[in-house]
Design a binder for this molecule. Structure first.
Ligand code: PLP
Length: 382
């Protein structure tokens, strides 16, 4: 089955009892057991719920994994995955990981003795040198925002396998429609389904997928033990979003490509980061592992433009956190999405104060470009 069909039919997407073409929202916490010691597959909704299970099967099918797990947020998914490790273990993370991922490692897991090291995962030799016996996993994002750093998922997975450590890929930005890390050798895929998978900026959710039975059982144990599960209604919303993921990602990608080309020729723009541009350092590797450059980009304006004014001047494109919804959003990483990263680390990683990030929506691209043009006009310095 091809990915576009799988999005709609690739899992138990119907209700066998009634023929309803959507999975019902099983809004129940508990399930009646016909006799002692015998239940109908569900006992208590933290442990298992049919609506959540449909979503878990859907993401497993889409990522070509064997098991999926749904959580109350992307951070709950990441926290559960990181709970696989113990005091004394070290996790390598790629530069520019999501601010919340950095924060939970730096402010929560560190207190439990699990440490981290920020590593340049685009430099494979340097990466391999970092793998000492205490390193148990590498956590990467490709692209990693806001500078859209690309990491070669297949090469990192190969090196990690050689050293017996897990490769964890946060695939939020690409989604399984554009990139499938498990096929490239990764062990665990994590998503903030709040973004493209949900797709409509109306739900906060997280997912994890594996292709290994033992790892799956350990994660199921942790999901039930720590309890950050996704509710039935939110599971339904993500399932609904997934059905249109293909058409949305196609439009996000083609709009973003056109906007990136427009910005790269605009004298107001001094730097642009988009892996779909041939001039981008990650272009070749991204092309090898993903079908498009995705829907996210960042850029810097020249000093002739006031970035504060620019982000407040767009009319269609809203100034807001988050990404991946049908509506275009603009954000200022240094003060918004990446504010939880200390300024010195931020600047060292290239997240300057005049960096602007765009989540390109599925509106008409000509309207979006006109909106950007007008905002540039309004933000010219004298
Ligand atoms: C948003 C995001 C997260 C966190 O997900 P929540 O659903 O907000 O908890 C993790 N990783 C990436 C790449 C994200 O964009």
């Amino acid at each position: 089955m091809k990915q576009d069909t799988k999005l709609i039919h690739g899992y138990n997407s119907e209700d066998p009892r009634t023929g309803a073409v959507n999975v019902p929202i099983y809004q129940t916490s508990t399930f009646r057991q016909p006799e002692l010691g015998h239940h109908l597959g569900y006992e208590y909704s933290r442990t298992g719920n049919p609506t959540r299970e449909a979503l878990e099967n859907a993401i497993a099918a889409l990522e070509n994994g064997t098991h999926g797990l749904a959580f109350g947020s992307g951070m709950a998914a990441l926290t559960t995955v990181l709970s696989l490790y113990s005091s004394g273990d070290r996790i390598l993370i790629s530069k520019n990981v999501y601010g919340g991922t950095f924060r939970v490692l730096d402010k929560v897991f560190k207190n439990f003795g699990i440490t981290y090291t920020i590593t340049d995962t685009s430099d494979l030799i340097a990466f391999e040198k970092e793998i000492t016996p205490d390193v148990k996993a590498v956590l990467i994002e490709s692209p990693a925002n806001p500078l859209m750093y690309i990491t070669d998922i297949a090469e990192i997975s190969k090196i990690s396998k050689k050293h017996g450590i897990h490769t964890i890929v946060d695939n939020t930005f690409m989604t399984p429609y554009l990139q499938r890390p498990l096929d490239l050798g990764a062990d665990i895929v994590v998503h903030s389904a709040t973004k493209y998978l949900g797709g409509h900026s109306d739900v906060v959710a997280g997912l994890a997928v594996v292709k290994d039975e033992e790892l799956a059982q350990r994660l199921y144990f942790l999901q039930n033990a720590t309890g950050g599960v996704l509710g039935p209604f939110d599971s339904f919303l993500v399932l609904r979003g997934i059905k249109t993921l293909g058409v949305r990602m196609d439009r996000h990608s083609s709009n973003a490509q056109k906007i990136a080309e427009y910005l790269s020729k605009n004298p107001a723009v001094s730097k642009i980061y988009y892996p779909g541009l041939e001039s981008d350092p990650g272009y070749e590797i991204n092309r090898k592992q993903a079908s498009t450059g995705g829907g996210m980009m960042s850029f810097e304006l020249t000093p002739d433009y006031d970035y504060r004014k620019f982000v407040s001047s767009t009319k269609i494109i809203a100034l807001a956190e988050s990404l991946g919804g049908v509506e275009s959003l603009v954000c200022h990483p240094a003060s918004m999405t990446h504010a939880s990263i200390p300024k010195d680390i931020r600047e060292r990683e290239g997240i300057t104060d005049n960096l602007i990030r765009l989540s390109v929506g599925i509106e008409d691209v000509e309207d979006l470009i006109e909106d950007i043009e007008n905002a540039l006009e309004a933000s010219k310095v004298a």
